[in-house]
Design a protein around this ligand. Structure first.
Ligand code: SAH
Length: 246
C-alpha cells in the first residue's frame, strides 16, 4: 500500500514537471500560426504603416514572411519587436521598419532582378522574394550563407540564389540588376556595384563611417550619371572585405 502511494506521488510530480516545461516553452517560442500572424499584424500596423510606409506590396510581404524563422530560437519571442536583433557572428537582422523603408524606396516591380549585399539572416531576401523578385544575395560569412540557403529551401523561396563571397564586387555573371540593396555600411559607393546597376535602376545603400551613424542613400543611375537622395540616419554593421570562415 505504502509503495503504491509513493509511485502515485512520483508519477504526479513527473507529469506536472513535464507539463510545466511544455507550457513554459510554448509561452516563449512556439506560438501557434495565428499567434505569430497576430504579432505580424501588430508590427505592420504600429511600426510600418504608422511611420508612413504605403507600398501595398511591401506591407503584404511584411505581413506574410515569418520573421521569427530568421532569428535565433531563443530570441523568437522578440522577432516582431521594434528593434534589430543579433543573429550570431557579430551580425544583426535589421529593425522591421528599416527593412520596410529600404524596400519601399527600391520601388520594386514584380519580376525585377535584385542583388542584395549582406544576406545575414536571409529575412530581407525573403521579403524581396515574397514580392516576386528574382533575388541574388551575397554573404561573406560562410555559416550565415549556408544557414540562409537552407532556410530559403525550407520556407520555399525558390527565387533566391545565395552566394558566399565578397559582395563589394557584386555578382558579375548575373549582372546587370534592376535594383541593388546593400545591408552593410560602406564609406563610398562601390564602383563594381554601380557598374552592375542597369540604367534606370535604383540602389539603396548605407553610406558613412563604420561602427557609427550612416546616411541611407537612394542612388539612381541615369544616362547622364547618378543622382543620390538621403533618406535619413541609420546604423549598419560594416561591409568587410575578408572572406571569413575558411
Ligand atoms: N540583410 C540582413 C542583415 C544584414 S547584416 C538580414 O535581413 O538579416 C549585414 C550582413 O552583411 C552581415 O551578415 C555581414 O556578414 C554581411 N557582410 C559584411 N561584409 C560583406 C561583404 N563584403 N559581402 C557580403 N556580405 C557582407
Amino acid at each position: 500500500m505504502k509503495n503504491y502511494l509513493w509511485v502515485t506521488i512520483i508519477l504526479i510530480i513527473g507529469i506536472s514537471s513535464l507539463f510545466y516545461l511544455w507550457s513554459g516553452k510554448s509561452e516563449n517560442n512556439s506560438l501557434s500560426l495565428e499567434g505569430w500572424e497576430d504579432k505580424r499584424t501588430k508590427m505592420v500596423e504600429q511600426q510600418i504603416k504608422k511611420r508612413g510606409i504605403k507600398d501595398p506590396l511591401v506591407l503584404q510581404a511584411m505581413q506574410e514572411v515569418p520573421r521569427h524563422e530568421f532569428v535565433p530560437e531563443n530570441l523568437q519571442n522578440q522577432a516582431y519587436d521594434d528593434i534589430p536583433l543579433p543573429i550570431g557572428y557579430g551580425q544583426t537582422i535589421s529593425q522591421p521598419y528599416i527593412v520596410a523603408l529600404m524596400t519601399e524606396n527600391l520601388q520594386i516591380v514584380p519580376g525585377c532582378k535584385v542583388l542584395e549585399v549582406g544576406t545575414g539572416s536571409g529575412y530581407q531576401a525573403a521579403i524581396l522574394a515574397q514580392m516576386g523578385c528574382q533575388v541574388y544575395t551575397i554573404e561573406i560569412i560562410k555559416d550565415l550563407a549556408e544557414e540562409a540557403e537552407k532556410k530559403m529551401k525550407k520556407l520555399g523561396y525558390h527565387n533566391v540564389m545565395v552566394k558566399r563571397g565578397d559582395g563589394y564586387l557584386g555578382w558579375e555573371e548575373e549582372a546587370p540588376f534592376d535594383r541593388i540593396i546593400v545591408t552593410c555600411a560602406v564609406d563610398h559607393l562601390p564602383p563594381p556595384l554601380l557598374a552592375q546597376l542597369k540604367e534606370g535602376g535604383k540602389m539603396v545603400i548605407p553610406v558613412g563611417p563604420p561602427w557609427s551613424v550612416q546616411s541611407l542613400w537612394i542612388v539612381e543611375k541615369t544616362e547622364d550619371g547618378i543622382t543620390t537622395r538621403d533618406l535619413g540616419a541609420v546604423r549598419f554593421v560594416p561591409l568587410t572585405r575578408e572572406i571569413q570562415g575558411e
